[in-house]
Design a protein around this ligand. Structure first.
Ligand code: IPM
Ligand code: MG
Length: 370
């Protein structure tokens, strides 16, 4: 039997703890199956860490994250902490984890489950069968660029500055991940930037093209402006296979892609660092939906994005693709069976809360593994 894997669970704020609790039950399920077993640690992050320690991420929690084989992250933020100064807001905890762990590659798959094709705000024929991967650069660009800040000029004018900046190496390393992903899919990459107005966009396009020409001629590469990509995502999303883009465009486009799938409550993500000599990568898995303070504590949140994020952890960090398949198949069966949380509710289906959805996924897992 392989040694236990180190897993750090950071439930965070809002609906984070509720959806993560359902994943804890899945971790216990995996443990019992004994194909991958875990040493699970838990810590606070975001607003919960501010309340307990005065900072959104303690050094101790960051150390644990760096030493873990994978981090499972819930969500951070809420109105309670919005009054705080920018530098100590809950979101800074997440951004610090991304930066300090060098999690530059953010995989955001958007897949439409057949049972939910009518839950999308777009027509069934536009989204049915959709399976695209948005690959977002996560540690560069305008999120971290310097200079940044708000200053007051001599004449009293207030000025806010952020800087979009990418180096050739940052672009090359994310491009490699994109082409590698495409090779395991439909072998098509769309690289997205605004090279019609931004120099960083020109560099992005040139470097992605170079990486392609040198290493991945078997993969089809297209370039697209970000505004056009947003339009194409709602017009004809199935034209895409892998979209590779920067930090800010990836943030926007992945939210748009999420809605194609019916709900933000369905979208998982993986954030990966560079591979070390043994091939191991630091990794953090996180539902895309955020803390949803309006429904927090009510037991109605959709746990599926968090559950699917755990499946991604099984696949990308623990080499347990078969178990990941099982988790995904269990989710599919529950949806086929007609259970829905409020965010994906449709006429004639049964509306359930977070826990009942978790129960149902576990039940299907037991059946699938029997
Ligand atoms: C996301 C979120 C974060 C981001 C926030 C919470 C900082 O919107 O992961 O997409 O902007 O990256
Ligand atoms: Mg976002």
């Amino acid at each position: 039997m392989p040694a236990n894997k180190k897993l750090l669970v950071l439930p965070g704020d809002g609906i984070g703890p509720e959806v993560m609790y359902q994943v804890r039950r899945l971790i216990d399920w995996s443990d019992k199956r004994r194909r991958v077993t875990f040493d699970v640690q838990e810590d606070v992050v975001g607003g919960a860490a501010i309340d307990a320690h005065g900072v959104p991420l303690t050094d101790a929690a960051l150390d644990k994250a760096k030493n873990a084989d994978a981090v499972l992250f819930g969500a951070v933020g809420g109105p309670k902490w919005d009054v705080l100064e920018f530098k100590v807001r809950p979101e800074r905890g997440l951004l610090k984890l991304r930066k300090e762990m060098d999690l530059f590659a953010n995989l955001r798959p958007a897949m439409v489950f057949e049972a939910l094709a009518d839950a999308s705000s777009l027509k069934r024929e536009v989204v049915a069968g959709l399976d695209i991967m948005i690959l977002r650069e996560l540690t560069g660009g305008i999120y971290f660029g310097e200079p940044r800040g708000i200053t007051t000029l001599a004449d009293g004018t207030r000025r806010g500055v952020n800087t979009q900046v990418y180096t050739d190496r940052e672009i090359q390393r994310i491009a490699h991940v994109g082409f590698e992903l495409a090779r395991k899919r439909q072998k098509r990459v769309t690289s997205v930037e605004k090279s019609n107005v931004m120099e960083s966009g020109i560099l992005w396009r040139e470097e992605v093209q170079k990486v392609h020409d040198q290493h991945y001629r078997d993969v089809e590469l297209a370039h697209m402006y970000a505004d056009n990509c947003a339009m194409q995502l709602v017009r004809n999303p199935k034209q895409f296979d892998v979209i590779v883009t920067d930090n800010l465009f990836g943030d926007l486009l992945s939210d748009a892609a999420a809605m194609l799938t019916g709900s933000l409550g369905m979208l998982p993500s993986a954030s990966l660092g560079p591979a070390d000599a043994s091939g191991r990568r630091r990794a953090l898995y996180e539902p895309v939906h955020g803390s949803a303070p309006d429904i927090a504590g009510k037991g109605v949140a959709n746990p599926i994005a968090c559950v699917l994020s755990y499946a991604m952890a099984l696949r990308y960090s623990f080499d347990a693709g078969e178990d990941a398949d099982l988790v995904e198949a269990a989710v599919k069966r529950v949806l086929d069976g007609g259970l829905r949380t409020a965010d994906i509710m449709q006429p004639g289906k049964a509306q359930v809360g977070t826990k009942v959805m978790g129960d149902a996924i576990l039940r299907e897992l037991d059946k699938l593994a029997a």
